[in-house]
Design a protein around this ligand. Sequence first.
Ligand code: C2E
Ligand code: CA
Ligand code: CA
Length: 728
Amino acid sequence: MHEEACVEPLHPWGAKRKRDRKNIELMYFCQVIKEKEWDMENHHADTRESVRQLFDTVDAISVQGYDQERRVVYWNIGSEKIYGYTAEEALGKKLEDLIIPESMRSNVVSSHKNWVNKGIEIPASELTLRSKSGRDVSVYSSHVMFCNSRGEYEMYCIDVDMGDVKKAQSQAVSKEELLKGVFESIPDLFFLLSEDGNIIDYHAGDSRKLYVQHENIIGKNMADFLPEEVSAKFNASIAKAMVDGGVLSFEYYLDLPIGKAYFEARVSHLRGQQQLMVIVRDITEAHETAELIRKQAYFDSLTSIPNRFLSLDRLSQMIKEMDRNGEKGAVVFLDVDDFKKVNDSLGHDAGDKVLIEAANRLSSTVRESDTVGRLGGDEFIVLLGSLTECFDAVDVVEKLLDVFREPFNIDGRELNLTTSIGVAVFPDNGESATDLLRNADAAMYQSKELGRNTYSFFTKQMNAMILRRLEIEAQLIGALERNEFEVYYQPKINLNDRRIVGVEALLRWHNPVMGQVAPDEFIPIAEHTGLIVPIGKYVLAHALDFLREWGQTQRQEYTVAVNLSPRQFRDQGFVDFVKESLRASGVAPDRLEFEITEGVLMIGQSCVDEVLSTLHTLGVKLSMDDFGTGYSSLSYLRQYDFDLLKIDRSFVSGITTNREDRDLVTATIAMAHSLNLHVVAEGVETAEQLTLLQELGCDIAQGYHFSKPIPALEMMGYKLAERSMAKN
Ligand code: C2E
Ligand code: CA
Ligand code: CA
């Protein structure tokens, strides 16, 4: 071989020379060929065969042999793969007619001639040749020339496809560009650190995000410009990343002139480079959103104190802690007395202000470590932890009552409000959050019953009550299907002619487990669970059926009164059910009376207005039940189209002995008559009561004096007794 070949002459074909890994492989192959050439020249003629065999099966590299006239004498499988010609197609063809593009042909021919004749070697180079299909083929091409046994020069070309390399190169270039674009466009900060934590390089799309003069940071350590606790976090993560590998992330914040800013840092060790990559992201916005979401999920939006969810969570935490430390704690349940009145008379805005003020007063009364939460509506909870004695809670509870007694100044008005409080103590009154809350609630009800504005601790009797309540709740489920209900009827007597005008339908429940359960006990529970809806339908259907049959046998125009609970008004299908039941029974609508208490009107929902006015339009009668016990608000009587007013049993029982009761009954009758309402006295037990009621002008009476509520069949036969009374 000629020495000049190694000096890298200007390439005769005008191509650039490039060294890379592929070149090195090629050089190795050339070396092999040169050694074989040496063999051939010096030893056996068939060595050329062995060279060819060597490359016959190599498909990654194209090896072509050309004779002195550049006709193909050898064409391996790699050549077919790169250039597309099979060996049969290629053999005998001339190099320049085969894979050399038009523009290079003369150059190739003359370079080859120069090599053969003058020994000017064609150096290896990158070339763009042409395939059978006319496609450009980038190859790195090396060439060797030797003299065969016949004294003729043969040139061997060893070409490696550069397509892959080119592709990889262009990908690498675009990756670099992409990365640059990424660095510039995303707000993250990138730092490259040496293993001892010094900054080697950084990228900051927005250099303001660095929060330091950025000329200053190369060569510095994080500790040089970050607060101590933050740089400690960096150092710890760097140390850990170098040991454990992977990506470590942590959050930190900086107090900046613009406010608190939150960051997330990700540290990874680039082991090969002995460097660390740190990516820092400003997460202030996400942090603020998360904080807002947390607030909305856990805090009451009106008062900003913990909501029900968080309060109960805190209670569970407190229970665990007290359990561990063997301490006691108290759950204090507060309900603002007559809060509804505030809302109704002064509007919801004033109501909201009262709740905010109440939350503030409660919060400022207890220790920082105690929780004050809003359970909903006008119900609050206070959690008192770390008590040594139940009695310790008493002081706090009395203070809580006191802060309410101070008048509330709302919109320039002084409101006098009170609260009813119930207290349950851990672990004495329950060991779970649900039990404690339920028991505190029960104790609160006790306070309401005691006349409000007071507190009660949970007691054993309350516990018994709760257990009973739970049993009723359980037994009520399926009671209707098991046919455990029966409707009883109590007659109502017209005091003018002493004749029966109708009955009140009163539900009875015979349960195989609990025996007879009084409606005063189970109706509120059925109301609470919603079971009153199907049960109420059952009563209405039976009452109407009874009335039809009774009216037929007696040929009398009786009425039936059915009691309605608040929950039934929220039942979408209620009015339709009433219409359908009236139609099916053939009972005229004005024979049906619905008895409702003030409680129904006080739920203050639009559905009540709607249902009542539809019922009125239907012609159904409306009766105000238990008058005198609630607020006995005249406004309700005026607002709705009532037909009857029922004076509560508690006043009737006192009229002959108690002056106040008699005055109240007298006034009620006068007032009712002025509003065109008929008056029914309920719970009439004695002849004296009856006589007095008659004197006071009461229209109708109902009570044990005439009859207890009795089963339908018995009621059908009640005619005799009626006659005997009429004779009197
Ligand atoms: P209420 O509507 O005030 O019914 C009158 C209650 O007084 C009935 O109690 C009746 O048995 C009782 N009573 C009648 N006359 C006398 C008397 O002279 N002396 C005494 N001591 N009591 C008398 P009852 O049947 O136990 O029902 C209690 C409450 O349960 C009812 O009070 C009503 O609010 C509710 N209730 C009963 N049945 C139904 C129903 O089907 N649906 C709904 N929603 N509530 C019902
Ligand atoms: Ca009633
Ligand atoms: Ca009543």
